[in-house]
Write a protein that binds this ligand. Structure first.
Ligand code: SF4
Length: 99
């Protein structure tokens, strides 16, 4: 199933480009598209904003949900977005603790 999503995404990107739809991470030169693989959070946020106008964004989000990766921007989702929130472990709330 997940290999299918990857194939679907690759095909959708190719088709979108072929018919002239906007796929930001494939538009422009290597430098312009480097934000999608940058280590810098500000670059990744810029890429994520650009993803909003992408013709295949929904499928791209489905792909990254099926293939969580540790780096890069997919479907408007940055690496930081995909990291589990840090915080107090479940069941250790301060609420009700003795003072
Ligand atoms: S949603 Fe973003 S990462 Fe996915 S194909 Fe479109 S521009 Fe590229």
């Amino acid at each position: 199933m997940s290999a299918t999503i990857r194939g679907e995404l690759i095909a959708a990107v190719s088709e979108a480009i072929e018919i002239g739809e906007h796929v930001p991470c494939r538009a422009g030169d290597v430098i312009a598209t480097a934000a999608w693989t940058s280590d810098l959070p500000e670059d990744q946020l810029e890429a994520a904003r650009a993803c909003r106008s992408c013709a295949v964004a929904r499928l791209c989000r489905a792909y990254i949900a099926a293939h969580p990766r540790e780096w890069g921007v997919y479907g408007g989702i940055t690496e930081a977005d995909r990291k589990p929130a840090k915080g107090r472990p479940c069941g250790t709330s301060k609420r009700g603790a003795a003072r």
